[in-house]
Write a protein that binds this ligand. Structure first.
Ligand code: ADP
Ligand code: MG
Length: 379
């Protein structure tokens, strides 16, 4: 990818780029719909990334050519306008930086990527953090990881108009090769959690996208708020399983089951961290399976194809566990698989899934990778 980035830049600008930036996608291993309940998540940055090759410009313009999309991006930093296409993630970061008082200067470059778009691997946060990194090196100011994650979230919330949490940007800036990252969504404190070398993370894309993802998401948020209010808590994070068992009988059926998912899922994330710290991948897999069941039965965010894909994955030799990852109503399943079984695992699941649904399940075997970084030329 790096050689390709340099080549594409040279073809476009006739010189070598000044900087090359790599910004990864991510997958969440466990902890779904816990973020807005002030709970815990355990994502990892993956070895699929957006690459930016750039150089400084003498004016106040940003000019960018994406190898993925046909239309180029060009805008002035002195007069930021909302762009309809993919450029909104870059202009939005410039806007959020200016709002926070960071100096922004012009640059130009090319962008390539091997993160599938819209699959839930967070290509958008990768693009935002790549852009933020570009502004920081061109502007010669320090890239403060948490502040930049917030810039990315503000871009999504206030410029793009997507009501997303801060997990994607946090992992995009703080990922560390070989590790997943525990994020406490209440205070944004983090802890690196080593993943054993003999297992791989395999992402299987169900090829289903549900049209009412957004409304489903909003309904779940409201149900969680209702449940938290019932327990007299600001967030479900503060309700213990014991409280839940003692007091939930009078709560309506839906909010009760939504609450049970969130409360048990938070516990599972912390148990997963302990399991991985001890190298206990069997326990980790079991927790992933339980997480899937909880999303299917209590949180009700899975659909038939996703349940099938998770079932097929879970019953394969060498698969330690598998679950829906992402917001739900379609999207991807993430599986933890023994290295030596990965090939056969992927082939078998894809074959049966295609037979049963007529759909192709693309598979991405991923390793935990670093967060956004400037890549030296001589590596
Ligand atoms: P996800 O973040 O799950 O991949 P989103 O819909 O949030 O899906 O973000 C995808 C959008 O991010 C794309 O539609 C595009 O606007 C932008 N994007 C992602 N990758 C690239 C790329 N390589 N070049 C240009 N824009 C990209
Ligand atoms: Mg996104």
């Amino acid at each position: 990818m790096k050689a390709q980035a340099i080549q594409a830049f040279e073809a476009r600008f006739g010189t070598t780029p000044e900087y090359i930036i790599r910004s990864p996608g991510r997958v969440n291993l466990i902890g779904e719909h816990t973020d807005y309940n002030d709970g815990f998540v355990l994502p990892m940055a993956i070895d699929r990334a957006i690459w930016l090759a750039i150089q400084k410009r003498e004016d106040q313009n940003v000019v960018l050519h994406s190898l993925v999309f046909p239309d180029d991006l060009a805008f002035s930093l002195q007069d930021l306008q909302y762009n309809k296409g993919w450029g909104k993630y870059v202009s939005g970061v410039a806007w959020a930086l200016q709002q926070e008082g960071y100096p922004t200067f012009g640059w130009e470059g090319v962008l390539l990527s091997d993160i599938p778009i819209g699959a839930g691997l967070s290509s958008s946060a990768a693009l935002e953090m790549a852009a933020a990194k570009a502004f920081s090196i061109i502007g010669d100011w320090t890239f403060d990881r948490l502040k930049m994650a917030k810039i990315g979230q503000r871009t999504e919330n206030e410029w793009v108009g997507a009501n997303t949490g801060i997990m994607d940007q946090t992992i995009a800036v703080s990922g560390q090769a070989g590790h997943a990252l525990l994020i406490d969504c209440r205070d944004l404190s983090t802890q690196q959690v080593r993943l054993p070398d003999h297992v791989s993370v395999v992402i299987l894309d169900s090829s289903t996208r549900h049209s009412h993802t957004d409304s489903g998401y909003n309904v779940r948020r409201e149900e969680c708020e209702t449940a938290a209010r019932f327990f007299g808590a600001s967030h479900l994070r503060d309700v213990t399983l014991k409280d839940f068992v003692l007091r939930s009988a009078d709560l309506g059926d839906a909010p009760r089951r939504r609450a049970r998912h969130v409360i048990t899922e938070n516990e599972r994330v912390l148990l997963a961290v302990s399991a991985l710290s001890e190298g206990n991948v069997i326990e980790m897999g079991k927790l992933m399976n339980e997480s899937h069941a909880s999303m299917r039965d209590d949180f009700e965010i899975t659909i038939e194809e996703i349940d099938l894909l998770a079932d097929l994955a879970q019953s394969e030799t060498g698969c330690l566990g598998a679950r829906l990852t992402g917001g739900g109503f379609g999207g991807c399943v993430v599986a933890l698989v023994e290295n030596q079984s990965v090939e056969q695992f992927t082939k078998n699941v894809q074959f049966t899934y295609a037979q049963r649904t007529g759909l192709e399940a693309k598979g991405y075997v991923c390793q935990p990778a670093n967060g956004v970084e400037v890549i030296p030329f001589n590596l």
